[in-house]
Design a protein. Structure first.
Length: 155
């Protein structure tokens, strides 16, 4: 039996739909489709700011394969790039994940995280059920500034 075969879904007479039911179902389905449609301002795509931020971050990591990483250490910038990408890709980042992405020792990354929090560039929020975990996100102000910078370098 194939998916196109009506018998695959049982007896359709068990679910009779009148015109009002069909209209309601059509309206609900259109809401579901609209909710699933990506928001071009938030969802990364070809040439988006989020993809540019990720590309810059990835280029920095690849460079470490050729030259010593400590020559180019900018943990604060790495953290901002990762959190910018995460926000616009709808990913959550824990403190430990951000520390790992900073390409610096954990203690150094934690110092930068605290400094960026004090400067209002990133926001730290506790996990709702696990006190051992905190979430980090880029602040609205920093998001705007990093986005403006990405626009400037891509034009």
């Amino acid at each position: 039996m194939s998916f196109d075969d009506p018998r695959a879904y049982g007896d359709r007479s068990l679910f009779p739909l009148d015109s009002a039911d069909r209209e309601t179902l059509t309206r609900l389905l259109s809401l579901v489709v609209e909710a699933d449609r990506p928001d071009p301002a938030v969802t990364p795509g070809r040439g988006s700011r989020a993809e540019l931020a990720k590309s810059l971050y990835d280029q920095r990591r690849r460079r470490e394969g050729f030259l010593p990483a400590d020559l180019f250490g900018e943990p604060a910038w790495d953290i901002l790039l990762v959190l910018y990408w995460a926000r616009h890709s709808q990913h959550r980042m824990s403190v430990s994940a951000v520390c790992a992405s900073a390409a610096a020792p954990s203690t150094t990354a934690l110092r930068y995280i605290e400094h960026l929090c004090r400067c209002g560039l990133i926001v730290r929020r506790p996990h709702p059920t696990d006190r051992r975990v905190s979430w980090l996100s880029i602040s609205d102000d920093a998001d705007q500034k990093v986005g403006d910078y990405l626009d400037r370098i891509s034009s």
